[in-house]
Design a protein around this ligand. Structure first.
Ligand code: HEM
Length: 107
């Protein structure tokens, strides 16, 4: 089902310690998440990604509804050895909602 961006803003509280999004967003522990949709994994200038995330991008991983859903449900399995210290979102609606929230910051 389509996510609810307003609910997703609330879900994003779980991400904010490490990620910034919106006007003027800066890298924190994790990369800024503006223009995420259609972006190659591990590709934002000025962020020190893991070798695993850079390799995933070089092998063709691009962030979209499907790849974000898989990553956010199970980060460690979707990109083995990536350095995001986050267990993942357990509920499908939380995943869809946070994706709808993040889509607002993509062209
Ligand atoms: C990477 C989303 C929670 C730290 C990423 C990427 C996405 C993402 C889409 C890949 C970005 C890219 O390729 O440019 C999210 C969302 C979260 C969340 C939506 C909440 C549901 C967290 C938390 C932390 C964190 C809590 C810190 C404890 C990182 C780091 C990376 C990353 C360090 C880079 C991984 C690497 O280079 O291997 N995150 N994240 N994230 N995230 Fe998160």
């Amino acid at each position: 089902a389509e996510g609810d961006a307003a609910k997703g803003e609330n879900v994003f509280k779980k991400c904010r310690a490490c990620h910034d999004v919106g006007e003027g967003a800066k890298h924190k522990v994790g990369p800024e998440l503006n223009d995420l949709f259609g972006r190659t994994a591990g590709s934002v200038e000025g962020f020190n990604y893991s070798a695993a995330m850079k390799a995933a991008g070089e092998e063709g991983l691009v962030w979209d509804d499907d790849t974000l859903t898989q990553y956010l449900k199970d980060p460690r399995n979707f990109v083995p050895k990536n350095k995001m210290a986050f267990a993942g979102l357990k509920k499908d609606d939380e995943v869809a909602d946070v994706i709808a929230y993040l889509r607002q910051f993509s062209e």
